[in-house]
Design a protein around this ligand. Structure first.
Ligand SMILES: Cc1ncc(COP(=O)(O)O)c(C=O)c1O
Length: 400
């Protein structure tokens, strides 16, 4: 494993501006190769898909390549990759399609750990179908979402379990394989939100046991597109609302309107970038992605240990969440300063962090901080380095 953060940082033009980008959990910067792929797609001549001429064939090839790239990223099959504008839109779309198969009295399980994008679409779909919503709870002290509670939640009428692979604020990585195993045993489907998890380590949707896995390219160095990955067979069993003349085969029938072809080219380039994070990685792109994301995870976790130790050691700082397995995402408050004031102070030191609930509406409620501006989120991704962490620590210490 060879992880050269200096080489990796040099791939990102935006990182030259002198800011510490600790806002990756809200969206990462993009490497030059991604920008180049988007520009290249337009420069080559890019038309709408399914036409008789080369510029149209290029659009189709870009789409096919993007499905392959995202399948490689998560261990899925290209024919099961549904592309769309973002995870939220896709989740509403899948929820609406699934809800057509639900009966009044069926049950849907959501968790308080999740981003609202993996909660509200299911609640709205359940309301329309007359289905019952049941909640998995988070332990406020530890930030854990105990998998065992699902044994009591999942019942004969359970049709869907929606759960996150990682919290976008406190980083908790629940035991998704245990939850999906119980889900499957009850004949229900699982919808796993991988938006926060995907950038922080290798993903294998089969090992996760996810029937659906959602991810957003802009969280892993790509452009603003989202994807939901499922099996071709499962997608084929669903009938989403669609226009009469649009394709009726999968995955295309889940995709509404004309896609952002150039951005899809950028998403493929982002996967290639991720596959090359570990200089020593070899083999297929899938193998290189897995090795590289493991190297990225080790790098992030090493920096995170330093960051969290320092924050925990400051008397004026309260950190939230200490799950046994979590991403390199810190969520904290500073005594005497609102989260916004802390973010403004850090911005004055050229450090980007996010403040607020970050749409983690339920969990910030459970933590009792939602109404007071929630907290500050400082998240690491593979391009952050020691100096980003040291600058954050120094700047937060100044507030003591
Ligand atoms: C864990 C998680 N789920 C879902 C979303 C929503 O993703 P999108 O912006 O692609 O709709 C986000 C965005 O921050 C997220 O962090």
């Amino acid at each position: 494993m060879t992880f050269d953060v200096r080489r990796i940082r040099a791939a990102y033009p935006a990182l030259a501006d002198g800011y510490a980008y600790l806002d990756g959990a809200a969206g990462t910067q993009v490497p030059a190769a991604v920008i180049g792929a988007i520009r290249g797609a337009y420069e080559a001549g890019l038309s709408n898909g399914d036409g008789a001429f080369p510029a149209s064939a290029r659009a189709d090839a870009i789409t096919a390549a993007c499905r392959e790239a995202i399948a490689d990223l998560v261990g899925g099959e290209p024919a099961g990759v549904v592309l769309g504008p973002n995870m939220t839109t896709l989740t509403y779309r899948i929820a609406a399609a699934l809800a057509k198969t639900w009966q009044p009295g069926d049950e849907v399980i959501v968790s308080r750990l999740d981003h609202d994008a993996n909660i509200r679409p299911w609640i709205h779909a359940a309301e329309r179908a007359g289905a019952v919503v049941r909640w998995a709870e988070v332990d406020a002290a530890t930030g854990e979402l105990a998998a065992e509670q699902y044994a009591g939640l999942i019942r004969g009428r359970t049709r869907l379990v929606a759960v996150t692979a990682a919290s976008n604020v406190i980083g908790t990585k629940p035991d998704v394989p245990a939850i999906t195993a119980m889900t499957r045993a009850a004949g229900a489907l699982s919808y796993v939100d991988g938006v926060h998890a995907t950038p922080h380590g290798p993903v294998d949707i089969r090992a996760l046991g996810a029937d659906f896995y959602a991810t957003s390219a802009y969280k892993w160095s790509g452009p603003h597109i989202g994807a939901v990955i499922a099996s071709q067979e499962l997608l084929g069993s669903l009938r989403p609302d669609k226009l009469v003349p649009s394709p009726d085969f999968v995955p295309d029938r889940f995709e509404l309107g004309t896609p952002p072809f150039a951005d899809l080219a950028g998403a493929s380039a982002a996967v290639d970038h991720l596959a090359a994070l570990d200089d020593a990685a070899s083999g297929t792109r899938r193998q290189r992605v897995v090795a590289s994301m493991a190297a990225a995870e080790a790098h992030e976790q090493r920096l995170f240990a330093v960051m969290v130790d320092a924050l925990d050691g400051m008397r004026h700082v309260t950190t939230y969440g200490k799950a046994a397995a979590r991403t390199a995402t810190a969520f904290f408050t500073v005594a005497g300063h609102s989260p916004r004031q802390v973010a403004e102070h850090l911005a004055s030191r050229r450090i980007n962090v996010w403040n607020g609930h970050n749409y983690a509406w339920e969990v910030t409620g459970v933590l009792g901080i939602r109404d007071s501006g929630s907290a500050v989120r400082a998240g690491l991704v593979h391009y952050n380095d020691e100096s980003d962490v040291a600058r954050l620590i120094d700047a937060v210490a100044e507030l003591g």
